[in-house]
Structure formats: C-alpha cells, structure tokens
Design a binder for this molecule. Structure first.
Ligand code: SF4
Length: 405
C-alpha cells in the first residue's frame, strides 16, 4: 500500500481524534503568552532599564541566578530570529567551518550582531561541548564577559564524592561574586529552590496527565513546558499559575477517559520544528513520552548550594539534561527505554542537531541499542533554523508511524 493510500484510509480517523482540549484553552493561551514575553527582544528592555540580565544561567543553576537578582536568558533566544544571517556571519566573519553545528554558528553570529546591546555577560557551565567553548572564546572579541563555571563529573551516583560537592559549591560562590560582587545569600537561594521545586512538581503532574492525553497538549506547547521547567520564563510564580490552569483542564478530561486511538511513540531530544510535530499527529501518532529536560526536584534537606551541586551530579549520573550538564552520551537511551516501558510506546523518534559530534554518537548508540531490543527507532537530524523540514524528513516520519500501526 502506498503512503498516500494509507493516509486517505486514515483521514476519517484523524477527524474523529481531534484534540479535546479546545484551541481556546486558557492554559495553552497563557503558556503561549509567557513564552512570547520571554523573548530576547522583550528582556532587552529589562536590561536597558538597568536590570541585571545575562545569557545562560537558566538551567540547573537558575535558583542561584534568580537569588542574585539576575534574569537568565536561555541560549535558544540566540537563534530564534534571523538565524541564517547569524550563521553566515559566523562562517564569513569568524571563519567557523560550515560543517559545524547550526546552533553554535547562529549563537556566534547573533552575539556579533548584538554586540552593542546591554546584555554583555555570558554564563557557561564547563561541561558543555568543545565547539561551544570555542565559540564563546571568539565572542570575547566582541567585548563579551564570559564566566565559565568549572565542573567535575560523576557518571555514577557512587562517584559523587564530598570533594566534588565542595568544589562545585566554591564554583557557585565564585559565580555569585561575578554576578553581585558578594557571596551567595543562602536564604535567598533556598527560597528560590523551594519556588522552583513547587513549579517542577506541577510540571511533573502536567506531564503525567499529558501522557494520557497526548494530543491535548501539542508538541510545541510541551516543549514550552520543558523550557519553563528550567527558567519559568523569568517568572516562576506566573508560570506555576499557568501550570495550575493546564492541570485543571487536563484533570477535567481525565474524568471522561477515552480509549486511545493513536499510535504511541517516545521522542528523544527536540525535533524543534512544528511541522515535524504535525507530521507525527497527522499520521495518527502521538508523543506519549518525551526525554528532553528532566523535571526532577532539588533536595531541600541540604544547604542550598550543596543542593545545587548534588542536582547537577545526579543529573549526570541519570543522563538527564544531556551535554549541558556533562551527562554521558551513553545514558539517554536508558531514559528513553524507561519511557517506552512506562508508556507502552510502539517506537522511538530520536532527534539530534546536524553536525553535533555529541548527538551523532548518542544516536548511533540508541540505534544499536533499540535494534537489539527490537524496539523500532527512527533517527532524525534537524537544525536550529525555522525553515520547514524537507519533504523527505516528513515522509520518513509518516512512513515510520505507518509502519508501527
Ligand atoms: S548541538 Fe552539539 S555541537 Fe552544537 S552546541 Fe549543542 S552540543 Fe555543541
């Protein structure tokens, strides 16, 4: 049977399985509004008004960043606009080889374009990939002040030694000095940890409900939730309120359970482009589990800087948060497999960025692992640009989901 024939066959089913959360869902609308408010352009206004704003510092370390009265801006804002132009600057002006990943080229070019703006400080965790370090070194030419938080690695929880924790605590104190000129206000950090934990509990609840209603929170909104889990779009309390609305809406759907009529899949990484999400859903697929950023909470029984240090080392040993915290490439597949078992997914969509040495190795390990485990897998490579995916990519996704049906 041809793909076209199969899609025609499925058309009535697609009409029947329209998402039940209405497009005017207050939760989804509020989520969109928050994501818009967190754009680099709008945060620039805060920097112009004299607020402390930095690039980076939005991930596991965000409780300290917020405790230092600083707004962290996520790196993804660097490629959210005119990414092709930025990439061209990286290649032509900085002579970055074209085969490097689009992410670092777009970052470098955008930093160059915006070199006269007020956000001139960049916080980076030393576990990041080598290409990103090189790019940040080049950004110094444009007057950026780069702070690198040195790291230690504990690939197993048993390798999490007291000396490692003490080292990271010192590094976090050094970061506090860089941001404020003073040691960390530990009471404030503890407060920010509690605030973030409250949000992470809600994120976990939304993801739990979404696993039963995967079509009601579309892929692009789920990605926003994962991002918000890290930085709360600059306002954790407001983000928590958005999550409350979504939880209430999903719980209402939970009261009238429907038998699933979709093909469940697990997504590893981010496919980024809305048209890939659409291709999955148009082929009667649904992302029921997603390994992207974790929603684990911080310990509250420890001094707060130690809690941050434990968090990052635990994330490494679980494989959470990927290369950004120095997790081993070998670990993501375990998290993906756990999601497959938990959700009963029929296959795995593994995504990476073209030209990323870290992700290409990770995908090869996943391919081998899931082939051995007899779990169907498709691997996709994307970039950070906004252009639609190629026809071939869309057809591969649709053919894969059809194969699972
Ligand atoms: S996509 Fe890969 S190479 Fe590019 S910045 Fe991320 S980890 Fe580094």
């Amino acid at each position: 049977m041809t793909h076209t024939a199969s899609l025609e066959r499925d058309a009535p089913t697609l009409l029947r399985r329209r998402p039940r959360l209405p497009s005017w869902s207050k939760g989804l609308q509020a989520l969109d509004a928050m994501a818009q408010s967190y754009s680099f352009r709008s945060i620039l206004g805060a920097a112009d008004a004299g607020r402390s704003v930095i690039w980076g510092g939005w991930s596991w370390e965000s409780p300290l960043t917020y405790a230092c009265d600083t707004i962290p801006v996520s790196y993804d804002q660097l490629w959210s606009e005119e990414s092709r132009e930025s990439e061209a600057i990286a290649e032509d002006h900085f002579q970055v080889p074209s085969e490097f990943c689009s992410m670092i080229k777009a970052m470098l070019g955008r930093l160059h374009i915006d070199r006269d703006h007020k956000i001139k400080r960049i916080l980076h965790f030393g576990s990041g990939c080598e290409p990103i370090h090189s790019v940040l070194e080049l950004a110094k030419q444009d007057g950026y002040d780069i702070f690198t938080l040195d790291t230690v690695t504990a690939f197993r929880s048993t390798a999490k030694h007291d000396a490692d924790i003490a080292f990271l605590v010192e590094e976090l104190q050094r970061l506090s000095h860089w941001l404020t000129g003073k040691p960390a206000d530990e009471d404030r950090v503890a407060l920010e940890i509690r605030r973030k934990n409250a949000v992470l509990h809600k994120v976990a609840r939304v993801l739990e409900l979404r696993a039963r209603h995967p079509l009601d929170i579309p892929g692009i909104h789920t990605k926003q939730i994962f991002m918000g889990a890290m930085h709360g779009f600059g306002d954790l309390d407001a983000f928590g309120t958005v999550l409350d609305t979504l939880i209430a809406e999903l719980e209402e759907l939970d009261d009238e359970p429907e038998a699933p009529d979709y093909i469940p899949v697990v997504l590893a990484g981010s496919v980024g482009n809305i048209q890939i999400f659409n291709a999955i859903e148009e082929s009667n697929g649904a992302i029921v589990g997603w390994v992207y950023h974790g929603a684990d909470t911080y310990r509250e029984d420890l001094p707060p800087l130690q809690a941050l240090a434990h968090y990052v080392l635990d994330a490494q040993s679980r494989g959470d948060l990927g290369e950004a915290v120095g997790a081993s490439v070998a670990y993501r597949r375990h998290l993906v497999e756990e999601e497959v078992r938990k959700t009963g997914a029929r296959g795995v969509i593994s995504s990476s960025i073209t030209g990323c040495p870290y992700a290409s190795l990770m995908q090869q390990l996943e391919r081998d692992h899931f082939n051995r485990a007899d779990i169907p897998i498709i691997t996709l490579e994307t970039d950070v640009h906004r252009e639609p995916p190629t026809e071939e990519q869309v057809m591969r996704v649709k053919a894969f989901i059809e194969m699972l049906s």
